[in-house]
Design a binder for this molecule. Structure first.
Ligand code: NAG
Ligand code: NAG
Length: 437
């Protein structure tokens, strides 16, 4: 889906790496009607070409395959050619390496109307949303059309049939990135009680010094939305305090990092289960405003323990053994049982014979659960190793706890005690008699 291109800039004689993405142009295609009242969207295949996304410094030649623009420009083609004039997108090289790592890229383009503009005003604007599936980088780009160099020839410039916008001589829609909101960690997992930084940043072309930047972080979870933080800040000489609203204890964003570095990250301390969800980072500056999504997932590994430390069969009575999983999150947990008798080579599963308790939820949102098993002396002779294995999203490797069935207290011991008693009595008797004489 992703082709890497070396673009030879004839004007400057420089070599840079371009990235070509297969995208969809998304349009609201109203009027189809009938489908549960939901809006209908029309998708048209399109192409997004980043010009000189990454310098050629770290490029190995075998990474690069040539891109051929269409030989005959076509008014139906949708090729968005992107210039990154003064904007440096951090970690953009990940897009370049995605192909080698066989990482899929999701790319969508839609129309965008900046504040104070209307749909027909020129230059036209688009939003390009580019996400590396599986994490790495997620970008929301505001694209602004450029006036293509006026053709010297008398031929009429080509006009894109769907968008009614003038195309360049090579049949592309020339645009430049004027605003971008990005996250280098669009999905993050953190433990209960820990701290987390939700990564979000922005870059703007021609940002006006002293311009106000508005930042909002919202949490969406199971259909509910809540504003977590809102901040309005501007870079000024005087120490004017930024305008901040926070609706969660231990939550902050840095006003000076926001205006100086374009760093809109949110810090949250002492995480709770209720902090889990989809966070939307919205940055507005000047006429542009757009968003980036960061997913926060909370996990807590179970504390796994067996109900018994020792297991001894004194007679033929079966014995119960439980495996307790304490205070974990999220809910899904898998408990398996195995046993292995000393002479066997392979452990045998006992999971089918076990029974699960229902989940208990604690006030902090974590869960506990137990699995019970009945062991029989005829099937599980001394030396048998019984293992409880627990798998959970928070555990890189499964958690295992085992015990070994012990030898029963030997019967010999009883006779030894009787024997010792008899000896002692005889000895005392002898001693007594000796004393009498
Ligand atoms: C296409 O755009 C031009 C101006 O750029 C306008 O005059 C014309 O009416 C537009 N055509 C359609 C079909 O919207
Ligand atoms: C924002 O600043 C924090 C703390 O210095 C840093 O860890 C993070 O990577 C920065 N993020 C962006 C997007 O600049």
């Amino acid at each position: 889906m992703l082709t890497i291109v070396v673009f030879l800039s004839l004007v400057y004689g420089l070599e840079g790496a371009d990235v070509v993405l297969s995208c969809s142009l998304i349009e609201e295609g109203g009027g189809m009607g009938g489908m549960m009242g939901g809006a209908m969207f029309k998708r048209t295949p399109s192409t997004l070409v980043f010009r000189d996304l990454v310098g050629n410094a770290d490029l190995s030649p075998e990474l690069v395959t040539p891109y051929n623009p269409p030989e005959t420009p076509n008014a139906d083609d949708l090729i968005f050619e992107l210039m990154l004039p003064s904007i440096q997108i951090p970690n953009a090289d990940l897009l370049l390496h995605a192909d080698c790592n066989e990482q899929e890229v999701v790319c969508e383009i839609s129309r965008y109307v900046p504040r104070g503009a209307d749909m027909d005003s020129l230059p036209a604007h688009f939003i390009g949303s580019v996400q590396l599936v599986g994490g790495g980088i997620s970008l929301t780009l505001v694209l602004q059309t450029l006036h293509s160099e006026t053709a010297q020839s008398d031929t009429q410039p080509l006009v894109q049939s769907k968008l009614n916008l003038t195309l360049s001589q090579s049949g592309t829609l020339l645009t430049e990135v004027v605003f971008v909101v990005f996250s280098r960690v669009p999905s993050i997992v953190a433990p209960i009680g820990g701290d987390v930084l939700l990564d979000c940043g922005f870059r703007q072309k021609d940002s006006v010094p002293g311009q106000e930047v508005a930042l909002e972080w919202r949490l969406q979870h199971r259909g509910n939305g809540r504003k977590i933080l809102e901040m309005k800040a501007r870079e000024v000489e005087t120490d004017m305090a930024p305008d901040v609203f926070v609706d969660r204890e231990g939550t902050s964003a840095e006003a000076d990092l926001l205006v100086r570095d374009g760093n809109a990250s949110l810090t949250m301390q002492r995480l709770k289960v209720t902090d889990e969800g989809t966070y939307i980072c919205t940055v507005g500056s000047g006429e542009f405003q757009t968003q980036q999504i960061v997913q926060l997932q909370i996990t807590q590994p179970p504390h796994v323990k067996l109900s018994e430390e020792k297991l001894i069969f004194q007679d033929s009575t079966p014995q119960k053994l439980s495996c307790h999983c304490h205070r974990y999150y999220p809910l899904d947990v898998q408990v398996e049982w195995f046993f292995q008798v000393p002479s066997a080579e392979e452990p045998v599963s006992l999971t089918k014979e076990s029974s699960l308790s229902s989940h208990r939820q604690h006030s902090d949102g974590t869960y506990s659960l137990s699995s019970h098993l009945t062991l029989r002396p005829d099937k599980h002779p001394p030396g048998t190793v019984v293992t409880c294995r627990v798998s959970h999203a928070s555990l890189e490797t499964d958690s295992e706890v085992s015990l070994t069935v012990d030898e029963p207290e030997p019967k010999k011991a009883f006779w030894t005690i009787i024997f010792m008693l008899v000896i002692s009595v005889l000895f005392l008797y002898q001693a007594f008699r000796g004393a009498e004489n």
